[in-house]
Ligand binder design. Structure first.
Ligand code: GDP
Ligand code: MG
Length: 677
């Protein structure tokens, strides 16, 4: 359970947490109540808390929050005119701008510090500067600073303004005063003022490290307060919400009942106060407040442990200490995590190269890595670098494309027209017949038929070659770019080299396909015995086929490898049919061999060509492009790219900040252990 939740059990009950343990609570309660004015609110207790608060203030000043590390903060929220500024004023013992409309237009960090000098010391910190001021001029100084930060007019801003109040007797407290919540824009305010303000407020109260000081006017129904709704959104149980009820003097009726009923779930409890009115001095205001709660018929019934500004101060100081002690270990851990993550990232950034030799080494290293990646992807079939990117599983994709090519080629014969069985062969035979013996198949008939068939499929090998090289180009470029992504200067030239080389390789493959196609057309040859055996198999049906043709029955006949074939159109042609049947069966047996040869050769050719690319050509091409006669790539590598140097500077800055913060925290953690345990 969070220790600060228990603070609701008013001050008389002993509170168990590392800091509060050393405090004599009951002693202090008496002291607190006795503190009416002038006498310091603070005690030796605060001196122990001071270093803790200083630590958090240091961290805030270092802007550790920019690193996404939240700091424990007391955030003051309240509806407009609920009395926020008045409460802060009472705590600080100074006058803050008050008036119509929103006076607070930027988050105001109020850092109250007790100091021994009886002369107060006030200053404003904003936009990186420190502007000294004094009690008379503080209101104007804040207005001026607000104008400088948020512009003139009534707009609001979320950049910070810090007011440091060093004054004798003030509690050591740091709080953030936020713009008051307003539903209806007053004249001159932007239309979306409500959205703007609630965004800033939510930003401050959402972190678990924030304590919400909810300022409520005694004159309103708490459950209708906008600020209650907001804090309930981020702190449902109210465990980090404390309520301050102002204007007790104006609406004393039923106040006791309201704070006892606790209809709005305030986990840290209520404190009722009466702020400075009109031209009263701070001291007069405290006297009046004390008198009011002492003598007023209704207000005097409220337990003294929950009334008055001094009690509020005391409560806040304790809550603050508790939350800081609670948060410090986590802050230390976050700083460490962030620091090591940033150091890691910095180490991973490419080195800033200072000589051509260094650039050469780096370049060769990149090249070596890229070559190894390509070898894995395109040759070995190892995909550890891209486990989930199917596109980069090169060997598998290549096999897929080749399979498709082979299926397309082999399915070609199925497309033959079954209605015109043998007609083509007969036509060619008639055109190639010469004066000579019958039953003597002319070679030219077969060749003519072969050439026709090869022409019909010849686009396919060209297509596959193009498809595969386009795929390889994508893979190669993406691998090269990945390996040179720290050196954008290298990218354009490696990309160019890759494109040039792939263009060349594709042209070589096209030339090779051309030769292959021409060779197939030139002559018919195979040493594969499968040819003879399948031709024999086909021819074993010839007798049966001719019997059917001669007897002109039946009109449809089943032929192995061709299925049911209509033969009526052949009945009148008899003599040439037998030869045509023979030609067709030879062609069928041979075409199978040709297709398989084309697939096998294509696969071997591509594998050979890709291996050469990966193993030597790629490297040579890139080196030539980068350091060849036209290249000045190595010189260009010496200039660090702006994006990298920007990243490096940002990381270095953040690392310095985190290191400094780490020291600050380490320092206090040692003291927490020795002092507060
Ligand atoms: P803010 O808008 O929440 O900052 O509210 P202010 O602090 O500016 O207060 C709004 C008005 O309420 C001012 O006129 C204050 O003088 C007045 N006010 C604040 N607190 C008290 C109080 O405890 N008693 C009385 N009578 N008036 C108060
Ligand atoms: Mg205000």
């Amino acid at each position: 359970m969070d220790s600060h939740i228990h603070v609701k059990q008013e001050m008389s009950s002993p509170v168990i947490d590392p800091i509060l343990r050393i405090v004599k609570i009951s002693e202090e309660d008496k002291q607190t109540v006795a503190l009416v004015h002038n006498a310091p609110i603070v005690s030796s207790y605060n001196d122990r808390i001071r270093p803790l608060l200083d630590t958090i203030d240091r961290l805030r000043h270092l802007k550790i929050m920019q690193e996404g590390i939240q700091l424990p903060t007391i955030v003051v929220v309240g509806d407009q005119s609920s009395g926020k500024s008045s409460v802060l004023e009472s705590l600080a013992g100074i006058s803050l701008p008050r008036g119509q409309g929103i006076c607070t237009r930027v988050p105001l960090i109020m850092r109250l510090q007790n100091h021994s000098n009886s002369k107060p010391d006030l200053s404003l910190e904003f936009n990186g500067k420190v502007v000294p001021t004094d009690e008379e001029n503080i209101a104007d100084a804040i207005s001026l600073a607000t104008e400088e930060i948020a512009g003139k007019g009534k707009g609001i801003s979320n950049s910070l303004l810090t007011l440091v109040v060093k004054k004798k007797g003030v509690p050591d407290l740091t709080m953030v005063d936020l713009p008051g919540i307003t539903r209806v824009p007053v004249h001159g305010q932007p239309e979306d003022i409500y959205e703007q303000i609630s965004k800033i407020i939510m930003e401050f109260i959402t972190p678990e490290e924030s304590i919400i000081l909810n300022v409520l006017s005694a004159s309103v129904d708490f459950s209708t307060c906008e600020s209650i709704r907001m804090s309930q959104r981020v702190d449902k149980t109210g465990q980090r919400t404390l309520a301050v009820v102002t204007k007790a003097d104006k609406s004393p009726e039923g106040l006791l009942e309201k704070v006892t009923a606790d209809d709005v779930n305030i986990g840290l409890g209520y404190v009722c106060v009466r702020n400075r009115i009109g031209d009263e001095s701070y001291e007069e205001a405290r006297e009046e407040e004390a008198r009011l709660f002492e003598t007023h018929p209704q207000l005097s019934k409220i337990n003294k442990s929950i009334v008055g500004i001094p009690v509020l101060a005391q409560r806040l100081v304790k809550i603050q200490a508790t939350i800081i002690v609670k948060c410090l270990p986590e802050i230390a851990r976050k700083i460490n995590d962030k620091l090591s993550a940033n150091l890691d990232e910095l180490n991973k950034l490419p080195k800033n190269l200072t000589s051509v030799a260094e650039a050469m080494t780096t370049f060769m290293h990149i090249l070596g890595n890229a070559k190894e990646s390509l070898r894995k992807i395109l040759v070995q079939g190892e995909f550890d670098e891209y486990p989930d990117v199917l596109e980069m599983h090169g060997t598998a994709r290549l096999a897929e494309m080749l399979n498709m090519y082979s299926e397309e080629l082999l399915s070609e014969k199925l497309a033959e027209n079954k209605e015109n069985f043998l007609l083509e062969e007969i036509k060619i035979l008639e055109e190639t017949k010469s004066i000579g013996l019958p039953n003597f198949l002319p070679k030219s008939a077969f060749l003519t038929l072969l050439q026709k068939k090869v022409n019909m499929i010849s686009a396919k090998p060209f297509d596959i070659v193009e498809k595969i090289w386009n795929y390889i180009e994508n893979v190669v470029i993406s691998v090269l770019l990945r390996h040179s992504d720290n050196y954008p200067q290298l990218m354009s030239c490696t990309r160019r080299a890759a494109q040039n080389l792939i263009d060349k390789k594709m042209q070589q493959s096209i030339d090779w396909v051309n030769d292959m196609v021409e060779m197939e057309k030139l002559t018919d040859y195979t040493c594969n015995p499968e040819y003879t055996s399948s031709w024999n198999k086909f021819m074993s049906h010839q007798d049966e086929f001719m019997k059917c043709i001669n007897s002109q029955h039946p009109s449809v006949i089943r032929i192995d490898g061709f299925g049911d074939v209509n033969v009526v159109h052949l009945f009148s042609l008899k003599c040439v049919v037998q030869e045509a049947f023979d030609v067709k069966m030879r062609m069928t047996a041979y075409w199978d061999i040709v297709m398989k040869r084309m697939v096998d050769n294509m696969a071997l050719h591509l594998l050979f060509s890709i291996q050469n690319l990966v193993k030597k050509e790629m490297q040579m091409e890139i080196i030539n492009e980068l350091v060849g006669p036209k290249g000045n790539g190595l010189e260009r590598m010496l200039e660090e790219s702006p994006s990298i140097s920007e990243k490096r500077n940002k990381l270095k800055k953040s690392i310095n900040l985190l290191k400094e913060s780490k020291d600050v925290v380490a320092n206090i953690m040692d003291r927490v252990v020795t002092n507060f345990d």
